[in-house]
Design a protein around this ligand. Structure first.
Ligand SMILES: Nc1ncnc2c1ncn2[C@@H]1O[C@H](COP(=O)(O)OP(=O)(O)O)[C@@H](O)[C@H]1O
Ligand SMILES: [Mg+2]
Length: 299
């Protein structure tokens, strides 16, 4: 019942703790199926952190017990099915949820109006934050510290003014953010085809902060997937404007968050590589793109 690729990714990331959890996972799933009175109906799917077992009209998602996965049900609860899948049941001790079942097709496999679909969905997900979710503003000190450390330690190509622009975003947008619920991992793979609405979001982190942050996650993925496209910069600038318009966000705010995000990505890639490219010329191309965007998105 546990997909092999999911088991491997979990062990690679979490080591012995991951292995121990995987050993318990079939038992956890069995217990939850009994508790919520359902039977498996089809092959299990997975992402990076969760295994998703389809049952008749729902899916059972069990995530690795990591602090980053605690608030997913809180976000679903706050949305109440508006723009996201419905939450039917939750078992917080086991990082498990019973969710509305939609289609496995994601917005990544779709090629029409992708930006407008995501922007409109994002507008609907932008609601006042419920109590008790982690604030993105609490990350500002860590972001600042990491930017300074990376800039000093890494062998990189970013001129000081590009890093300073990112530090200014942390100061000016990062420290004081609105009380808005944000998805936190808003990329096309976490937007699924549905019937009740055309598209619904899954897999939220559930943070409190500036909704323009989600736009940068979306744009970063668009940038990575269109690597090598003709005139990529103007394509991405157009997508940024279009997302802003449909999501009803200020383009300038998105651009500033995105600039910070690209400096962070440029450093992250140099230190760790990316999931899509761990080394070699492919990684070099991703890093060069992050460098270029970090420079070009300075306001
Ligand atoms: N509500 C759902 N209905 C149908 N399939 C789903 C649902 N939620 C997730 N899935 C499937 O499981 C995959 C991983 O789900 P996701 O919540 O994104 O997990 P992760 O947190 O590991 O990224 C999705 O890409 C999709 O194929
Ligand atoms: Mg996911």
């Amino acid at each position: 019942m546990i997909p092999a690729a999911f088991a491997k990714a979990t062990i690679d990331r979490e080591g012995a703790v991951g292995e121990a959890w995987l050993a318990e996972l079939p038992g956890i799933i069995d217990d939850l199926l009994t508790q919520w009175d359902c039977e498996p109906d089809g092959e299990a799917a997975h992402g990076q952190v969760g295994v998703v077992v389809p049952v008749r009209d729902a899916v059972l998602k069990v995530s690795f017990p990591h602090p980053g996965n605690v608030h997913e049900p809180d976000a679903f609860e706050a949305w109440g099915g508006e723009g996201a899948v419905k939450l039917y049941e939750r078992d917080d001790a086991r990082y498990a949820m019973l969710l509305e079942r939609v289609h496995p097709t994601t917005l990544l496999e779709h090629d029409e109006d992708v930006v407008v679909i995501a922007g409109e969905l994002h507008r609907r997900l932008t609601i006042p934050a419920p109590d008790g979710l982690p604030r993105m503003s609490a990350q500002a000190d860590v972001w600042e510290e990491e930017l300074r450390k990376d800039a000093a330690e890494l062998d990189h190509a970013l001129p000081p003014y590009v890093v300073d622009a990112a530090l200014a975003v942390v100061e000016e947008l990062g420290r004081d953010q609105p009380e808005i619920l944000i998805h936190g991992d808003f990329h096309p793979r976490n937007i699924l085809r549905a019937d009740r609405e055309a598209w619904l979001a899954v897999d939220p982190k559930g943070y409190v902060g500036d909704p323009a942050y989600d736009a940068t996650t979306f744009l970063r993925t668009r940038a990575a997937h269109q690597l090598g496209a003709d005139d990529l910069m103007s394509v991405l600038n157009h997508e940024l404007e279009l997302f802003a318009e449909t999501a009803e966000l200020e383009p300038e705010r998105i651009r500033r968050w995105a600039q910070l995000n690209m400096v962070q990505s440029a450093f992250w890639g140099r230190r760790h590589g990316f999931g899509r490219a761990r080394g070699g010329s492919e990684l070099d191309r991703f890093i060069a793109l992050a460098d270029e965007l970090a420079l070009s998105w300075i306001s």
